[in-house]
Design a protein around this ligand. Structure first.
Ligand SMILES: CC(C)(COP(=O)(O)OP(=O)(O)OC[C@H]1O[C@@H](n2cnc3c(N)ncnc32)[C@H](O)[C@@H]1OP(=O)(O)O)[C@@H](O)C(=O)NCCC(=O)NCCS
Length: 190
């Protein structure tokens, strides 16, 4: 785990969060292969997703090192936002970067008038399920043997309507907490 806060109390990690760009893909592929093994996307998948009018893709960058540390994306089909990918570099995990990416997708969903978020996650992926559960995704079904590499089942997780006050209030609370985190600070643009 990174030591992100120095002894003086200020944050060492400055994170840029922006739309995914072609120049990110080489570094994304390194995270992708360690995160998803043989089930990973190709460079071509990312490039074509960036050109998909239904898609919204984002990259988080360690500003000091100019290094890609995470990425995510979703498709918006009618009012349903389907998360297609999210991953954080192993050295940066459990430092709330996953939450930062998920919040970015949900906020983008609000701006595009999405009503629900959904995704598939491996039944064994406790870390990802923990992240989604924290944001009130619920497992509402299973796709049997969805992952062909090991015949693992996928859980299908859904939010409630993200415009419902219960979801909005919880999301606002989590946004506020993340803003006040002592792990990293968000800086905008280059
Ligand atoms: C899932 C993933 C994106 C989480 O990113 P992260 O930056 O490590 O997660 P965060 O630090 O933002 O954690 C947010 C919440 O997720 C949950 N979580 C994260 N890591 C966890 C772990 N190892 N075990 C259990 N829960 C975990 C916790 O609820 C955590 O909240 P808390 O800190 O209040 O306990 C990361 O583990 C990853 O890249 N995994 C490989 C790729 C992957 O599986 N993607 C999901 C595909 S569906």
């Amino acid at each position: 785990m990174l030591g992100l806060v120095n002894t003086g109390g200020y944050k060492l990690l400055e994170v840029i969060l922006r739309s995914m760009q072609k120049e990110d893909v080489k570094q994304i592929m390194e995270i992708e292969s360690v995160s998803f093994g043989s089930h990973h996307w190709t460079e071509h998948s990312f490039i074509s997703e960036m050109n998909n009018p239904l898609g919204s893709y984002f990259t988080a960058i360690d500003k000091k090192k100019q290094k890609v540390i995470g990425y995510c994306g979703f498709w918006l089909i009618c009012d349903e936002a389907h998360i297609t990918t999210i991953a954080v570099h192993p050295d940066y995990r459990q430092n709330k970067i996953g939450e930062l990416l998920l919040q970015k997708m949900i906020n983008t969903g609000y701006s595009k008038m999405a009503k629900w978020f959904t995704l598939e996650v491996r039944a064994s992926n406790i870390a990802a399920q923990g992240l989604y559960t924290k944001y009130d995704f619920k497992s509402l079904g299973t796709r049997k043997k969805y992952y062909q590499d090991n015949d693992e089942d996928a859980l299908i997780m859904w939010t409630e309507n993200i415009w419902d006050s219960k979801f909005k209030n919880k999301f606002s609370e989590l946004e506020e907490k993340l803003k006040n985190n002592n792990l990293f600070c968000l800086v905008t643009g280059y």
